[in-house]
Design a protein around this ligand. Structure first.
Ligand code: NDP
Length: 264
């Protein structure tokens, strides 16, 4: 399929691993120029090298930036504009979840989750908005979680913050439609990636292999497709929503959960 983004510029926050990294691969495969950020320089450098190896002709720009640091995000946007001259697609992916019940969630964690889920999107949107307004295909696509609609007790702070992000994304889609910018999100279930690999490393039974461990999670949680999602499956949905393939779609939240969603 032709995503109609050849020569267009995409920015992916948190592109150095997992879903963000797979999204960059797909974007490059469609001929887009890509910029991405992360906090860790080594991870950024190795992701950039891997992408350049797979796409020797690819135009790839990696930049160290914490999406919660407004000044850093502004500098990132300036650097991307200097490098590519504009931006067409912003994909807000950076982040991670916080696993704890109410009793074990301190005030600082509540505040951090709220900040990460909201300002992790607000900062890049503010910084890249002028460039997106100048694009003929401007889009903002946010990685969100099914927790926004289907909260879990063991991720109470993340669930609440995800719901706030979903709410904000819909409102933003209404405000920016007049500027020709589409705003959408994906609602993830459980997807194999860095976060899960870190939890796998801390598993109780060290004899369990990755396939056994992930299959057990899927069975225990009752995921109808009986597996976790692949980062590429989340990336495919992001590519679709960010590109002109979804040209009549704004304000949407696309479910990527293997059938885990239990509401209409
Ligand atoms: P990974 O840990 O593999 O990737 C996260 C990426 O975000 C890394 O590149 C990381 O780099 C970067 N990042 C994290 N915090 C920041 C920050 N403050 N500023 C800039 N970059 C940052 O995880 P996933 O691919 O799984 O996660 C991608 C998104 O999907 C996240 O928002 C996550 O919450 C969401 N999600 C994932 C689910 C899953 O099951 N995998 C389920 C629901 C939502 P670095 O650490 O170097 O900054």
């Amino acid at each position: 399929m032709n995503a109609q983004i050849e020569g267009c510029v995409a920015v992916v926050t948190g592109g150095s691993s997992g879903i963000g990294f797979e999204t960059l691969r797909l974007l490059l495969g469609e001929g887009a120029k890509v910029a991405f950020c992360g906090r860790d320089s080594d991870r950024l450098a190795s992701a950039s090298a891997a992408l350049q190896h797979e796409y020797p002709q690819g135009d790839i720009f990696a930049y160290r930036c914490d999406v919660l640091q407004e000044a850093q995000v502004v500098a990132f946007a300036e650097a991307v504009t200097q490098r590519f001259g504009g931006v067409d697609m912003l994909i807000n992916n950076a982040g991670q979840g916080y696993v704890a019940h109410f009793a074990d969630t301190p005030r600082a964690a509540w505040l951090h989750e709220a900040e990460l889920k909201l300002f992790g999107v607000i900062n890049p949107v503010q910084a890249f908005l002028p460039q997106l307004e100048r694009s003929a295909i401007g889009s903002i696509t946010c990685v969100n979680s099914l927790l926004a609609l289907q909260p879990e007790e063991h991720m109470i702070a993340t669930s609440a913050a995800r719901a706030a992000l979903l709410n904000m994304t819909l409102t933003l889609s209404k405000e920016l439609v007049g500027k020709g910018i589409r705003v959408n999100s994906i609602l993830l279930g459980m997807v194999e990636s860095g976060q899960w690999q870190r939890r796998f490393a801390e598993r109780a039974d060290k004899n369990q292999s990755w396939p056994e461990w992930t299959a057990e999670i899927a069975r225990k949680r009752g995921i109808p497709m009986q597996r976790l999602g692949k980062p590429q499956e989340a990336a495919q949905a992001l590519l679709f929503l960010a590109s002109p393939l979804a040209s009549f779609t704004t304000g949407a939240a696309l479910d990527i959960s293997g059938g885990f969603c239990r509401h209409l």
